[in-house]
Design a protein around this ligand. Structure first.
Ligand SMILES: Nc1nc2c(ncn2[C@@H]2O[C@H](COP(=O)(O)OP(=O)(O)OP(=O)(O)O)[C@@H](O)[C@H]2O)c(=O)[nH]1
Length: 378
């Protein structure tokens, strides 16, 4: 393959003279394994059954995701041969980020495994700091038993192959995923969390909030993608995660209809139950467009099992969703106060990060302009 055609495939990778330091998510895998579908469902809210009509990708699609952390998603076409000698793997694998390899679990995966092996060995040589994530995808059609067997088999073969070439220390994580349920969001959450340097601080803050407010479980969600970037240290059970994640959809839908009104809304039968209530306050915020009003979003769903689901906007991108017993919710003055402190602490954590990113960019620009002056002068 010629260099020109590889450059065409890679789109605009070399265009930006100031190095782009956003973490990268590289989504790779064989053709039709589901890469573009994953990206569309997670980051563009595409309904899963519409992915049936997606056309095959024929060049690398790069997308900047602007959120609590800015990152880039690179969707690679299945047919691209990044082992071509003319292909500069430093450009692709050289930056900080994660390599997500998607395997179609409904298909024969032997070829995918050999491709995974080649990809991991090459990428690891270039950048040992990449995190390697394997999505065993399309598991919606598999029985629970078959899913576990498939995961065990893929995991075993992949690690054996790596041990054979002396790469037993490559950290690989495996996830069973499908775009038809929450598993893809859960898997993405875990991938993204590894790229959030502030994770331990966020977890600590959530632990403090939970223990001082009688909260059973709390998630800090990126509202647009429904990825949770942190949770407290109690174990995550799938049902709790699902109900908290569903609450975001409910609130987005309600805020799109009633957002920025001045009255309370009581909407019954949201969770298919007469006594379940949703209260959305006067500043429901418009999460659909992540305006600043989202900061003030606040909502409450009382469940019939004696639990309360509570959502609070944290900033333009993040919302806290917690599950607590209704008895504990009686102290809502205390909870409100604690939440105010939590919000303030989060703002400070991300303010610090913004400062250091701006400083790094400033230094990079100065370095670049000095080298241009040297070249002109010389
Ligand atoms: N059952 C099921 N089908 C899925 C899932 N994810 C994607 N698909 C289907 O898989 C097919 C291929 O998906 P794409 O996203 O186009 O695959 P791709 O890997 O981007 O393909 P290329 O662009 O050719 O590399 C589509 O028909 C999707 O609807 C899933 O979780 N479950």
């Amino acid at each position: 393959m010629s260099i020109a055609s590889i450059q065409a495939l890679l789109g605009m990778i070399w265009e930006d003279p100031v190095q782009d330091h956003r973490p990268r998510l590289l989504i790779m895998g064989l053709r039709r394994s589901g890469k573009s579908s994953i990206q569309k469902v997670v980051f563009h809210k595409m309904p899963p059954n519409e992915t049936l009509f997606l056309e095959s990708t024929n060049k690398v699609i790069k997308e900047n995701i602007t959120s609590f952390i800015d990152f880039q998603v690179w969707d690679f076409p299945g047919q691209i041969d990044y082992f071509d000698p003319a292909f500069d793997s430093n450009v692709i694998f050289g930056e900080y980020g994660a390599l997500i390899f998607v395997i179609d679990a409904q298909d024969d995966y032997i070829e995918a495994l050999s491709r995974l092996h080649q990809t991991v060995t090459r990428a690891f040589q270039v950048n040992p700091d990449l995190t390697f994530e394997v999505f065993i995808h399309k598991v919606d059609a598999l029985s629970d038993e078959y899913k576990i067997d498939t995961q065990r088999d893929i995991q075993q073969r992949t690690t054996d192959d790596l041990v054979d070439v002396g790469l037993e220390n490559v950290p690989l994580s495996f996830y069973l995923t499908s775009i038809y349920d929450h598993s893809i969001f859960e898997a993405f959450s875990k991938v993204i969390q590894k790229l959030v340097p502030q994770l331990p601080t966020l977890e600590n803050l959530l632990n403090i909030l939970c223990s001082n407010s009688g909260i059973e479980k709390a998630f800090l969600f990126d509202v647009n993608s429904k990825i949770y970037i942190a949770t407290d240290s109690s174990p995550v059970d799938m049902q709790t995660y699902e109900i908290c994640s569903d609450m975001i959809d409910v609130i987005i839908d309600i805020s799109e209809i009633y957002g920025r009104t001045n009255s309370f809304h009581y909407i019954d039968e949201i969770y298919g139950d007469d006594q379940t209530q949703v209260e959305t306050n006067g500043n429901a915020g418009n999460y659909g467009t992540t305006t600043d009003t989202a900061n003030d979003a606040s909502s409450l769903i009382k469940l019939t099992n004696g639990m309360v689901l509570c959502l609070r906007g944290v900033n333009r991108f993040l919302a806290l969703v917690c599950l607590l017993r209704s008895d504990n919710f009686e102290k809502h003055g205390l909870i409100n106060y604690n939440f105010g402190c939590f919000k303030q602490a989060i703002a400070e954590v991300f303010e610090l990060k913004r400062h250091s990113a701006a400083e790094r960019l400033r230094r990079e620009r100065m370095r670049l302009s000095e080298s241009v002056e040297d070249n002109v002068g010389g």
